[in-house]
Design a binder for this molecule. Structure first.
Ligand code: ZN
Length: 196
């Protein structure tokens, strides 16, 4: 540990948010969408956006929507640098702020625009370390998968999607998809394997 870090480290001990962001800590962002849960590797997302891309302005209504559903810690607000852009990932049809919640809050309070680096749909998928899709009806799963296709690049490799369901349900999903659609997915069943 370098002595110049002492001040920051001392402060970090008092704040669980700063603590979780210390170098070497696995940064995972959990996103809940109804009953579905996704976990994103934010360290990986940071690495991807360090490729020289520029940050773009996040529309205020998106910032407000994000702040409505996320808890902002009043103490941690003072620890962040509001000049640094956040990171937005795409999942289905919505933008998810993986990094920069407190910076976004500071910018909004100061009536300043918030900027963020955007991950493409495929890059966003690449940052998902784990997901639990709880939908159990085959029709609902198919609707969800078609929504994924709307957002995906047409030239992309088949998308790896893990579906949390019973094997009979996944068979039904495959039956409901068209031949063309089936080629676009690598569907894998996760969990609940013990049930018939
Ligand atoms: Zn903090």
């Amino acid at each position: 540990m370098h002595s110049k870090d002492r001040r920051t480290i001392g402060r970090a001990h008092a704040c669980k948010f700063c603590e979780a962001r210390k170098p070497g800590t696995a940064e995972v962002y959990e996103f809940r969408d109804g009953l579905d849960v996704y976990w994103f590797n934010t360290a990986q997302a940071k690495q991807i956006v360090a490729d020289g891309r520029s940050a773009s302005k996040v529309p205020e209504e998106i910032v407000q929507a994000i702040l409505r559903v996320n808890h902002v810690d009043q103490d941690h607000l003072k620890h962040v640098n509001p000049e640094s852009p956040g990171i937005l990932a795409k999942r289905y049809d919505r933008w998810i702020l993986l990094d920069g919640l407190h910076r976004a809050a500071r910018r909004l309070h100061a009536k300043e625009d918030f900027y963020a680096y955007r991950l493409s749909y495929e890059e966003s998928l690449g940052c998902i370390v784990k997901q639990e899709i709880s939908t159990t009806s085959p029709e609902a799963i198919v609707r969800r998968l078609r929504k994924v296709l709307e957002n995906a690049e047409p030239t992309a490799e088949p998308l790896d999607i893990e579906v949390e369901c019973e094997s009979a349900v996944l068979e039904e999903v495959r039956r409901l998809l068209t031949q063309e659609e089936k080629k676009l997915f690598n569907l894998r069943q996760v969990g609940r394997r013990h049930k018939k």
